[in-house]
Design a protein around this ligand. Sequence first.
Ligand code: G6P
Length: 500
Amino acid sequence: IEKQDVRVPKQRLLVVANRLPVSAIRKDDDSWGLEISVGGLVSALLGINEFEARWIGWAGVNVPDEVGQRSLTKALAEKRCIPVFLDEEIVHQYYNGYCNNILWPLFHYLGLPQEDRLATTRSFQSQFAAYKEANQMFADVVNAHYREGDVVWCHDYHLMFLPKCLKDYNRKMKVGWFLHTPFPSSEIHRTLPSRSELLRSVLAADLVGFHTYDYARHFVSACTRILGLEGTPDGVEDQGKLTRVAAFPIGIDSERFIRALELDVVKAHMKQLKERFAGRKVMLGVDRLDMIKGIPQKILAFEKFLEENPVWRDKVVLVQIAVPTRTDVPEYQKLSSQVHEIVGRINGRFGSLTAVPIHHLVRTYALKVLGYDRSLEFHELCALYAVTDVALVTSLRDGMNLVSYEFVACQASKKGVLILSEFAGAAQSLGAGAILVNPWNITEVASSIGYALTMPADEREKRHRHNFTHVSTHTSQEWAETFVSELNDTVVEAQLRIRQ
Ligand code: G6P
């Protein structure tokens, strides 16, 4: 007798993010090369078995022709990805412009662009129009694939207008929105010309999530102060309709890092690195080449440390991996030359014929490691994390910063020290184990470097244990499952409230 299949179909989860978890490359014969990413959000969602997830987003390439669009859609379907096609002009205005030149710096407390106020105002308006247009394009694709009962999870500052567009299509759609950056103080948010419209669109979601309680609190304050709405312990209320607001700190797939350290290939990389840096302590920074990461400040602090501690000059090396990002935005181009200049000066000052103090590696491939990795680079990165004595994560602001988590996951045997910015979301979870610093205070960072390099083993052990426990228990998978089940519950509770 054949057993009857009594499995209940899984709930479908539509994950909508600006970038798809695969990057597409068009080959000479017009076929598509796809590289799956396994970092951050992707590994969080790959790990959840409760839902049947599909991704909707931009594939990062311009595909002007219909034939190309059709063939890419087909190729992506095999990876459960659905593309949103954005033309070059929209990418310029929406992605480079409104997202990366306006919202990104503002949310990280770097303010609005100021060089030429009039020009900024004019371009600001057209960029905001493009932002809304792009969000509507995402909404059209979601709506075309939506089936009753699906959960729609929108991600990040690129898609703040999306919850409203989706609810305009269908009030019954379950919509969650999660911000991966900080949400700044309401005093910062209120400088944004489109402040109210953006807040109202986000509030159309059923559940709004942030990495930390502080970001959630800032969002609620912005809604009360700017929109005059009522903030409650559960969220924001507007004429009897509650938008639930809460903190959901993201984590990493720590097991993946821990397992990798057992692989022969990783052990071989570690051996090579140890030989290469024999007799020197290794300090490590891994950052996207972004203003918010505080790379120049970090390197200047290292310079100050070498200046004040001549005995360390040939006993320590800083490996700084910088990952080029958003290279079409002028601010990012300026930063890149600035970092090269400072590194060159310091290596000229303190280097010798046989050793340089800073290994500054600009690695596009590391982008693959951080967000879109291929296994070889992932293995190299794990080895680097494992041989490091002191990691420097000194972002000026950072939503969470998972490099700090990855470092901790790879330090089970070395028990190295983490120097961590108090302005990274991770400071709230790893603060007790790390040395917390104000990245703007170069003197403080320099003296923390000295402290970290000489920290006694029992203190390192204690600090590491605290952080490792956190990183290995608060995983990305748990983060994703908590958010989605909370979203389901929120919708059920709202329905009950209406019936009462
Ligand atoms: C941050 C954002 C992500 C973004 C990533 C890479 O982590 O929160 O949404 O995908 O940076 O930036 P990019 O502009 O290359 O997508």
